[in-house]
Design a binder for this molecule. Structure first.
Ligand SMILES: [Zn+2]
Ligand SMILES: [Zn+2]
Length: 375
């Protein structure tokens, strides 16, 4: 106990501090170090220290003893009463009820309605590139949970709910909590009714007390043009009904999945494809026409003497930008298509052409190629 910090120092007040100065100092430190909320590394330790210091200094008799003897009492007996007794500080009174609702709920008045809100539901919907080229209106059949009509979503037979006995309908209970050597009062959601304030004596037979039933629903929604995979569309109030029919239903999230296209790969708004062409087509050039995702023809002009690895950009035929205007491009990557096998006839022709097609001077070609790569 020799290294125990001075109580006044712990609270950061003068020895002459008035009781309201003590209380103010304790309040701001307790708010800072409350273990349920603090992000400080040593919060729990600090919280214990400030509670102990305040418990002693806020009690006139104990404060007088402490001022006289410090941490150790007369006769060598550790004045341990300070450190081992159960100090009952009502933190709620000092810190204010809103402090605790923030800890237990997540935002003042919203806390209570939050705990009664129905859960969100997630579902998936798959579209293809054609559908996101200019956006589309979708329809989807889904069994969605709705409040049970027999019990009005309460889960109780004939909708008869009774006041929770454990909290007298308050939904919250005051509990004593042991933190180290200290007992503190905290207010929490009533564990018997999960904060609802009501309970069920007899369950509804139709929904077995869940308060929910499934109803087939037709959902209509719009998939935005240029939408990315993983985009979530929110449909407010289409989620799970609130527990016991009290409070707001959750939301339904429709997560968009995009079906792979037979040849396009997507890179944000650009569409990338590879075009395997024969040697003759690369040398002579060619024109290829494909059906594009906009329903129109896409004409790809491959110039003569194209190389494997060259790209051709066809401007503004890609996907629309979701922010701002305009579209991405279609990017065609040329590739030399190597046949797995050629006929005898082709082989013979190639033999004849070999001298004309092959490099004139191999070494010169190797050097040229290396230089091209470097530049
Ligand atoms: Zn209760
Ligand atoms: Zn029911």
């Amino acid at each position: 106990m020799a290294d125990k910090r001075d109580y006044y120092e712990v609270l950061g007040v003068e020895k002459s501090a008035t009781s309201s100065e003590l209380k103010n100092a304790f309040r701001s430190l307790a708010r800072k170090y409350h273990p349920d909320r603090s992000t400080e590394e040593n919060a729990e330790e600090m919280f214990k220290d400030i509670q102990e210091a305040y418990a002693v200094l806020s009690d006139d008799e104990k404060r007088a003893q402490y001022d006289r003897f410090g941490h150790s009492g007369p006769g060598g007996s550790p004045f341990g009463g300070f450190g081992s007794g159960n100090f009952n500080i009502n933190l709620e009174d000092i810190l204010g009820g809103d402090f605790f609702s923030n800890i237990f709920g997540g935002g003042g008045g919203r806390a209570r309605s939050n705990s009664r809100r129905g859960s969100d539901i997630r579902t998936y919907h798959t579209v293809n590139l054609e559908q996101i080229y200019s956006g589309s209106s979708e329809e989807m059949e889904l069994d969605l949970p709705v409040p049970c009509s027999d019990c009005n979503g309460t889960g109780a037979k004939d909708g008869k709910v009774v006041t929770c006995k454990d909290c007298s309908g308050q939904g919250r209970v005051r509990m004593r909590q042991q933190v180290g050597p200290f007992v503190q009062d905290v207010v929490r959601d009533c564990p018997s009714c999960q904060g609802r304030g009501t309970s069920i004596e007899e369950r509804c037979g139709s929904c077995r007390g869940t308060g929910k039933s499934l109803k087939s629903s037709t959902l209509r929604f719009a998939v935005p043009a240029g939408c990315e995979a993983g985009t979530r569309l929110r449909m407010r109030g289409k989620g799970e009904p609130a527990p016991q029919g009290k409070g707001e239903p959750g939301d339904l999230f429709i997560e968009i999945e995009i079906e792979p296209h037979p040849w396009y790969e997507r890179s944000t708004t650009d569409l990338i494809m590879s075009m395997p062409l024969g040697y003759a087509e690369l040398v002579l050039g060619t024109t290829v026409t494909l059906k594009h995702i906009d329903g129109k023809d896409l004409t790809i002009k491959v110039p003569a003497y194209s190389n494997s690895g060259d790209t051709i950009e066809i401007k503004k035929r890609g996907l629309p930008r979701t922010r701002g205007s305009g579209r991405g491009d279609v990017i065609v990557l040329l590739k030399l298509h190597m046949p797995k096998k050629v006929s005898k006839k082709v082989k013979k022709s190639l033999q004849e052409l070999k001298g004309d097609l092959g490099p004139d001077d191999l070494i010169e070609r190797i050097i040229d190629d290396a230089q091209e790569r470097r530049s």
